[in-house]
Every structure is written in structure tokens, then in C-alpha cells.
Design a protein around this ligand. Structure first.
Ligand SMILES: *Cc1c(COP(=O)(O)O)cnc(C)c1O
Length: 425
């Protein structure tokens, strides 16, 4: 039976058998027992599916991955121990030393560091492009060894909106997939695969969990990219894997080639798995994802409208606001709502901004975003403090940017707290 998103949030990924537990059980076990060594051998040869070691697969983790997969509309999903691991795996699964890829410049600071510094140490180079540039400008960044394009549906912390359909078309013209980080929008507000994106990733630490109790990530494969049509670019998927008895992923797994390679090669070798307990906590969060997103979005819109009228606010980015630069793109990709995060700058000095944040009552200064509790952060002095002002601006982050993550409290209380703190500036 076809189910809508709210129903998938509650029931996706887990179908209890008669007399079985209604909630996803926590299989807190590293190991699974088999009667014969032959059976175990077939599992290792990937000839049969079954559980043998939690680094490769675990029933709790698989149920939760299946729920996220059903929400995004993919053919397979792998959960990782963090969003960072998901970003790394999504690119490294198809890039090796000597390769190149392209990323929008408006991305999360941690992803920027990974792409700009750490991937380069592995011999993989990333070119950052201005996501507002013309197709022609962006296409100049492609090289013969370019293997993918990357962007964020709604950027953290700039709150810009990525033109998924346009970037998918550009990537496909050059025979490479588009990877989209859909963390802020969540599949409730945007399903990038429907716009031509090939791979979706998430930091499940944010709205998906929503309660700030676990760090995790996910990679979802649409199954739509035709790797064999560009076999020369993707030898890791289209030629035999010697570490798996000469198996070729595209031949053995068809549309699930990419996601199977992540599990059987990257997870086997790097091992960034989430614990079954964390997957259970993530599943609890996912159950209310649709409900919470509605509230985050209606609260944030009311707060954004209030801030827009406040004389102490210098500027404001919130894509669901009709006056916002990204409103047209938000209408296209995020018509049901964008997210709870607002980026803003205050009039006055840096000290004024700090005084404002320090005077907040229940709204807390937190190195977190996208959970039920309203919080603020000043990226230039907190999360992004290793970046220069110029790098901040290149990444679409003004040095005076305050990231306000609107929670699900009563919106009058959120506004009252902002109002009294602004009054003390
Ligand atoms: C937080 C975040 C990440 C990194 O995820 P972690 O779970 O903190 O490793 C990646 N992308 C976006 C958009 C994020 O907000």
C-alpha cells in the first residue's frame, strides 16, 4: 500500500510480525550466529544477505535506514556515525586520488573543511563554485577527471536555496551524479531525488533526530544514475573489486551498485557505523519528523516576520519570507515550508551582538541547530572560527551572521525572549 510521508515517519522500515514488538527492537549485538561455516561463507561472498557483524549490517540500523530510504524515495540507504562520515563516503565512494569534484560554495563549514583540506590530502581536489553563477560559468569548473557535483538544499548557516534541478542538469551533461545534502529541508519539505538529484545525504543529528540526543548521518541512493554509461569515469563501480573476489558492483547489484559499495567496501574498511542504540533514538525522532517540521516552519516564519519589522535587525535570510532573495527558489523546492533556521545580522557592533546572545533567557547559545529547543550561534566566533573573514564571505557567511534555530516552543515566548534581549543591546 502506498503511504504518505507522515505515515512513513511512523511506520516506515519496520513491519512487526504477528506477536512481534511494535517498536523497533534494539539489537545491541556485534555478532549473529550461524549453524554451518558454509552459510557464513556465502554471506561473506555477498551471495546471500544476512547479518554477521554489526560493522556491516545490523537489524536495528537497517530498519531505520529503510525508513529514511522510503522518505527520500531511494533504492537503498546506509546510516553512518555522523553527517561528516556521510559526506565523506558519498564523495569518496566514486572519487579516488587524482580525481576532482565540484561543490557549491554555500555549504556547512565542516563539509567545507573536509572538501577543501582533508580530501586534498587524499589527492582529491574540490573546486567551489558560486551557486548563483550562470550555467556557463559553472561548466568551466569541469575537468576530464571531475566525478560529481555537491550542494546543500538549504545551506547551513546562510539559509540560501540550491537550485537542484539546474545543477542536476549541469552534472548530467558532464556525465556525473549530483549529491545533495538535504539536512535542513528534510524529506518532509524537499525530496531532491524528484528534482533529478542522484545521491542524498543527511546529518541525522539535526531535524531527523530533532531532540539533540544522537550524532548520525545517512546516504540515500536514488538508483537513477547510469554508472555503466560512464564506465570510464567510475572504475570502482564498473570494474572488478579485487577485495571482493573480483565482483563488479554494477553487474552484481544493478541500481543498488553505489549504495552496496558503500557498505561492503567503505563501511568494511573505515567502519563509521552508528550504534544500534543511537539508531533507535533516531527512529523515535523520525516518528514525529513531519509534525515537528510543521511547527518549526510556522514558528520560524512568525519569528522571521517579527524580526523583519524590528529596527535593530540589519538584515535577515529566511527563504520562506516573500521579501527573501531565495523566495522564488523556495516556492519551487520548498513550497510546504523550508526549515526552522533563520540567518540574521544586527545593527551595532560585534559586542552588541554578543550582549544580545548573552542576555537571552531560555534561548541558549549552543553549537547545535535544528532541534526542538530554540538556540543561537555566531558562526564567526563559534563553529567557523578557523575560517578567515574572506573564506566566510566566500561561503556565503557574513562575519556578523547570527544563526537562530527556531524550536517548537510557543512562538509568543520565543519572540518575547528575543525582544527582551534585543532591548538590552
Ligand atoms: C551538521 C551538518 C553536517 C555535519 O553533520 P554531523 O552530524 O555534525 O557530522 C553536514 N551538513 C549539514 C548541512 C549540517 O547541518
Amino acid at each position: 500500500m502506498k503511504k504518505n510521508l507522515g505515515t512513513l515517519c511512523v511506520h516506515g522500515g519496520w513491519a512487526p510480525e504477528n506477536g512481534g514488538p511494535r517498536a523497533v527492537p534494539i539489537y545491541q549485538s556485534t555478532t549473529f550466529k550461524y549453524d554451518t561455516s558454509e552459510q557464513m561463507g556465502r554471506l561473506f561472498d555477498l551471495e546471500e544477505s544476512g547479518y554477521f557483524y554489526t560493522r556491516l549490517a545490523n537489524p536495528t540500523n537497517d530498519s531505520v535506514a529503510a525508513k529514511i530510504n522510503s522518505l527520500e524515495g531511494g533504492v537503498g540507504c546506509v546510516l553512518t556515525s555522523s553527517g561528516q562520515a556521510a559526506s565523506f563516503y558519498s564523495v569518496f565512494n566514486i572519487c579516488q586520488s587524482g580525481d576532482h569534484f565540484i561543490s557549491a560554495n554555500n555549504i556547512y563549514g565542516g563539509t567545507f573543511n573536509l572538501f577543501f583540506t582533508t580530501m586534498r590530502k587524499l589527492g582529491i581536489e574540490c573546486t567551489f563554485v558560486d551557486q548563483e553563477a550562470s550555467d556557463e560559468e559553472i561548466e568551466k569548473a569541469f575537468r576530464p577527471n571531475t566525478k560529481c557535483v555537491f550542494g546543500e538544499t538549504i545551506s547551513n548557516p546562510g539559509c540560501t536555496v540550491f537550485d537542484i534541478e539546474r545543477f542536476a542538469a549541469i552534472a548530467h551533461r558532464h556525465g556525473v551524479p549530483l549529491i545533495v545534502d538535504n539536512t535542513f529541508a528534510t524529506p518532509i519539505n524537499c525530496r531532491p531525488i524528484e528534482w533529478g538529484c542522484d545521491i542524498v545525504i543527511h546529518s541525522t543529528t539535526k531535524y531527523m533526530d530533532g531532540h539533540a540526543v544522537q550524532v548520525g548521518g545517512a546516504v540515500v541512493d536514488s538508483g537513477n544514475f547510469d554508472w555503466e554509461a560512464h564506465a570510464d569515469k567510475f572504475p570502482g563501480l564498473c570494474t572488478p573489486d579485487e577485495s571482493y573476489h573480483g565482483l563488479t558492483y554494477t553487474k552484481a547489484f544493478g541500481r543498488k551498485a553505489y549504495i552496496t559499495k558503500i557498505v561492503s567496501q567503505l563501511m568494511r574498511d573505515f567502519g563509521s557505523i552508528p550504534s544500534p542504540m543511537n539508531c533507535f533514538l533516531l527512529d523515535l525522532g523520525l516518528a514525529t519528523l513531519q509534525l515537528r517540521m510543521e511547527r518549526h516552519c510556522s514558528n520560524a516564519l512568525a519569528v522571521a516576520q517579527w524580526l523583519e519589522r524590528n529596527p535593530k535587525v540589519a538584515w535577515l535570510n529566511y527563504p520562506s519570507l516573500p521579501s527573501d532573495k531565495y523566495y522564488p527558489l523556495a516556492q519551487k523546492y520548498l513550497s510546504g515550508g523550508s526549515c526552522g533556521v533563520i540567518a540574521l545580522g544586527l545593527k551595532g557592533t560585534r559586542d552588541d551582538a554578543i550582549r544580545f546572545m548573552d542576555n537571552l533567557d531560555f534561548i541558549a547559545i549552543a553549537t547545535h541547530v535544528a532541534d526542538i529547543r530554540t538556540c543561537v550561534l555566531h558562526p564567526a566566533s563559534h563553529t567557523h572560527r578557523q575560517l578567515t573573514d574572506e573564506q566566510l564571505r566566500e561561503g556565503g557567511i557574513a562575519p556578523d551572521l547570527i544563526r537562530l534555530s527556531v524550536g517548537i516552543e510557543d512562538v509568543e515566548d520565543i519572540i518575547a525572549d528575543l525582544e527582551q534581549a534585543l532591548a538590552k543591546m
